[in-house]
Design a protein around this ligand. Structure first.
Ligand code: NAD
Length: 294
């Protein structure tokens, strides 16, 4: 199948690489550095997003935000008018369900299908072919997208209609934020109480407090001292904001999540929105006086 991928950043690049084996792949990114990383890969690098859209039947996007997708489609790059009638656009951005539904309703008038398929599991999960792909679309759209998404991962999950993928992903990331910050908080406490960070994390990971932060984030990114996950505070802020906006619209109180969000904002003010999410641990170190890193 002829497939195109736009947005070859930290997340998009490893997702796109998985497609080279099974499909004829066209790629584009507005950053020359991101495109250069594909030189030598089994993919056709094109000069514009519109050229890519004209060449393929299925386009995948992985951009920072839904507003970036809106501007790619209807702004200067004019991708909406370049897409073939009958084409499918699969948006792997962690996006906003309301904007996704709005864009889908505009594109359908030109015979183009838009579905959402955000991912969870990071660049590591993408490279391994195990990343969770959370799809929002009809049963027929899910069936159409599966041969492409199945080349990326063995974990393609159908969340519901268009927008449901983005809703579930936003909720998942809010929960990840809560668990991550609660884990930093408790590990800081245990270090202050005289336990080594390695022992605290290893023992919790075998006990009832285990979660993604004790399994992956703390061992791989904090205790290793790398302080690098490849996911910025700005992106986590965007994802949590989408979930909190949904809660506001639906009148659902989220007191624990709201506190975690305030702590994320504090860390982001200290380190900057382009900082890796791992740097949140530094804020907990400063506040507690307990060193978690080596
Ligand atoms: P990134 O900033 O590393 O990459 C985004 C890429 O999109 C950049 O290369 C940028 O040049 C490109 N881009 C932006 N607008 C464009 C346009 N109009 N035309 C062409 N290229 C354009 O971000 P990322 O970490 O890859 O994240 C992308 C999405 O994936 C975000 O929505 C993020 O929330 C989500 N996500 C990221 C991770 C992660 O661990 N990094 C995990 C899960 C989900």
């Amino acid at each position: 199948m002829h497939v195109g991928f736009i947005g070859l950043g930290n997340m998009g690049a490893p997702l796109a690489r998985r497609l080279c084996t099974d499909h004829t792949l066209w790629v584009f990114d507005q950053s020359q550095t991101a495109v250069d990383a594909f030189t030598g890969a089994d993919a056709q690098v094109v000069k514009s997003a519109a050229e890519l859209a004209e060449s393929v039947d299925i386009v995948l996007t992985c951009l920072p935000t839904s507003e970036d997708l809106r501007s790619l489609l209807f702004g200067d790059q004019q991708v909406a008018s370049a897409l073939k009638a009958g084409a499918m656009l699969i948006d792997m951005t962690t996006g906003d369900p309301g904007i996704t539904r709005d864009l889908a309703s505009k594109l359908v008038m030109d015979g183009i299908e838009l579905i959402d398929a955000p991912v969870s599991g990071g660049p590591k999960g993408a490279t391994a072919g195990t990343i969770a792909i959370i799809v929002g679309g009809s049963d027929a759209q899910f069936a159409r997208a599966l041969p492409v998404l199945g080349s990326i991962s063995c974990n393609v999950l159908h969340a519901g209609d268009v927008g449901a993928g983005h809703a579930v992903k936003a909720g998942n990331n809010l929960l990840n934020l809560v668990c991550r910050l609660a884990s930093f908080e408790v590990v800081s406490l245990l270090v202050k109480a005289g336990v080594t960070p390695e022992n605290a994390v290893a023992i919790i990971q075998k006990s009832s407090g285990r979660n993604y932060a004790t399994e992956i984030t703390l061992p791989d990114n904090i205790l290793s001292g790398t302080l690098h996950q490849g996911f910025t505070m700005g992106l986590m802020h965007k994802d949590s904001s989408v979930a909190l906006q949904m809660a506001n619209d639906l009148d659902v109180p989220l007191p624990i999540s709201t506190t975690a969000f305030a702590n994320l904002k504090k860390a982001m003010n200290e380190h900057g929105q382009e900082s890796d999410m791992s740097a949140v641990a530094l804020t907990y170190e400063n506040d507690s006086g307990a060193r978690i890193r080596p």
